[in-house]
Design a protein around this ligand. Structure first.
Ligand code: MF3
Ligand code: CO
Length: 254
């Protein structure tokens, strides 16, 4: 959406804070032996206790065959996005886990994700997660009035190449605000200078995904989880930002 109404902007800011708190709450539970269903439950409770409504539960993104069955997406190691939480999936020491969450607050939608280690993780995992955070900050910095969506992708690709990782193919960011997924599509790799012009008031979900190996993905048999084709690990970080004339404002932080 293009947010111009101060009340809409306030709802997006308030929703962003609730979302950040829900992710913080779920992240605090991450430890060896915890099931991904427990994280889902904690995120749902935090959202509902704070006046939000889970946005992914029952939502069918374009191109998917069914409604998403949970509140949180939990994607482990070689999984990149849309992993379904289950009481049979137990986190293990050394895993890297992405928590991706969306909510609406007074009818306006925000979307955010983090990737973190379970207990001690190896050096490559730490570098992959740090590079993805760095790519996110570079991508957000490129989201300024007058730039184009391709400039965001190019910023992500720059960081990937500089840090020795690859960009996950075929997935990207998106407009958000009135719905979970809106136009414009935001590429997660270059080239710069192409795509839609970024304008004041745009609400964008910027979500770099970097991979340890090659960028190709596969859809798992559950028809939801996207995983890396080569079985290597990926990391994912996402923020919802409001484009102001003074620069991008990150909404999904406390
Ligand atoms: N954050 C996810 C994305 O932008 C949204 C997940 S939609 C769901 O793709 F249906 F999988 F929940
Ligand atoms: Co998203």
């Amino acid at each position: 959406m293009i947010a111009t109404d101060p009340q809409d902007i306030q709802n997006l800011r308030d929703g962003g804070k609730v979302l950040a708190g829900a992710l913080r709450t779920a992240a605090a539970l991450v430890a060896p032996g915890v099931t991904t269903a427990e994280l889902d439950l904690a995120a749902e409770k935090y959202i509902r206790d704070n006046g939000g409504v889970p946005a992914f539960l029952g939502y069918t993104p374009d191109g998917m065959k069914s409604a998403y069955p949970a509140v949180l997406c939990v994607s482990i190691n070689n999984e990149v996005v849309h992993g379904i939480p289950r009481d049979t999936i137990v986190l293990e020491e050394g895993d890297i886990v992405s928590l991706d969450l969306g909510l609406s607050f007074n009818g306006l939608f925000v979307d955010s994700a983090i990737t973190m280690g379970v207990g001690e993780v190896d050096d490559t995992a730490r570098k992959l997660m740090a590079a993805t955070v760095e790519a996110t900050h570079a991508a957000i910095k490129a989201a300024t009035v007058g730039n184009k969506t391709g400039d965001i992708g190019a910023a992500i690709e720059d960081v990937a190449h500089r840090t020795g990782f690859s960009c996950v193919e075929d997935l990207g960011g998106h407009g958000v605000g009135k719905a979970v997924h809106e136009k414009p599509y935001i590429p997660n790799e270059g080239p710069a200078g192409i795509g839609e012009k970024i304008v004041e008031g745009m609400v964008l979900a910027i979500e770099p995904m970097l991979a340890e190996g090659k960028g190709a993905i596969v859809l798992a048999p559950d028809q939801w989880t996207y995983a890396m084709r080569d079985g290597k690990r990926a990391a994912h970080v996402e923020h919802t930002v409001l484009i102001t004339k003074d620069g991008p404002e990150i909404l999904t932080k406390e």
